[in-house]
Design a protein around this ligand. Structure first.
Ligand code: PLP
Length: 354
């Protein structure tokens, strides 16, 4: 494919790793590509990072037709830059696109864009422990009329952000509030699509939780508010009486790539694992009788994030003494070991930049 490249006159100075935070610093360039129902994908271009010009009637601003992805480039000890299962993000973005009636992107074209663009910006991949270059592809409906109809114009973009560790506290356990009022998603809705709208609907509960000192919300299903779904921007796993359990994908849960990878690691290593419905009552009982041994979230941003405290209807439970558990630590070590090239990738998950 043809990607036109306009370079900046002067490269920015790289921010020191300890001042990166998450998603605050961006690289020198950005990628854009237009789509229209007449022309399909066209005008793939890399240009200096900066503001974009939108019509005030832009579809996404009014009707929320927006989807995104999140993956990372990791710098290995030998200095190479590599991606983790990018094909999974590509496939998921296309599934999200289908759900929101946005155009899909041919997989090989998407991969070529990632290789070209991330390759061009790879100097921005930091090398300090636990740092990476976060890759944010996103797409939105870009028609210039207020009529509600299928999208005829869309814009696909990728921006890149060098990131430090996701949580300020590092791998310390987080406090999570089980949400019993708002719901994030319902079956048949957009819960399994990675779209901005899901986040907009989550903000109110997130804010309420934050005010009470909790870092994220654990969502229950949208119909009965009875079954565990996922945490904010992470999937959730529990170790209950020796078995790792995680909510099965029922259509309202985001199918996380970290979730999938953790399950594959655990199954290959012979752990007892099950994907099934977990009711909040079952969790409540496991917390009360001490069989809840570990709880953690999984997601690209934080990899795994131990849960040290769970609160449900005013009752607080401390999980595993508020310490990171054995399985949580093992998953963190294995996943990050593969991602940063410190342990051998026997799964074929690593994609070296082409
Ligand atoms: C992105 C995301 C996740 C985690 O998915 P990964 O592919 O593991 O990063 C979980 N839940 C929601 C709502 C998400 O948007």
């Amino acid at each position: 494919m043809n990607i036109s490249i306009t370079k900046v006159d002067q490269l920015k100075e790289k921010t020191p790793a300890d001042q990166l935070g998450f998603g605050k610093v961006f690289t020198d360039h950005m990628f854009l590509m237009d789509w229209s129902s007449e022309e399909g994908w066209h005008d793939a271009r890399i240009v200096p990072f900066g503001r974009i010009d939108l019509h005030p009637a832009c579809t996404a601003l009014h009707y929320g037709s927006e989807i995104f992805e999140g993956l990372k480039a990791y710098r290995t000890e030998s200095g190479e830059v590599q991606l983790f299962r990018p094909i999974e993000n590509i496939k998921r973005m296309n599934r999200s696109a289908e759900r929101l009636c946005l155009p899909t992107i041919p997989e090989d074209m998407f991969m070529e864009i990632l290789d070209t663009f991330v390759g061009m910006e790879q100097d921005w991949t930091p090398s300090e422990p636990a740092t990476s270059l976060y890759i944010r592809p996103f797409m939105f409906g870009n028609d210039e009329t207020l009529g509600v109809h299928a999208v005829h114009h869309a814009l696909f973009m990728i921006i890149l952000s060098p990131v430090g560790t996701y949580y300020k506290e590092g791998l310390n356990p987080v406090k999570i509030m089980i949400e019993d009022q708002d719901v994030r998603a319902v079956r048949g809705g957009t819960g399994e699509a990675k779209c901005g709208g899901n986040y907009a609907a989550s903000n109110r509960a997130g804010e309420r939780a934050e005010k009470q000192g909790y870092s994220q919300v654990l969502w229950l299903d949208g119909v009965e508010q009875k079954y565990i779904e996922e945490v904010g921007a992470m999937n959730v796993m529990f170790k209950i009486a020796g078995e790792v359990v995680t909510p099965m994908l029922t259509g309202s849960i985001l199918p996380g790539i970290t979730r999938k990878s953790c399950l594959e690691i655990l199954r290959k290593e012979g752990y007892k694992v099950s994907e099934r419905r977990i009711s909040v009552d079952e969790l409540d009982a496991a917390m009360a009788n001490g069989t809840l041994e570990e709880a953690w979230g999984t997601g690209t941003a934080a990899v795994v994030s131990p849960i040290g405290e769970l609160m449900y209807k005013g009752r607080k439970y401390i999980v595993n003494n508020n310490e990171i558990g054995e399985v949580t630590q093992h998953l963190y070590d294995t996943m990050t070991g593969i991602q940063w090239g410190k342990i051998e990738d026997s799964y074929g998950w690593i994609h070296k930049l082409q």
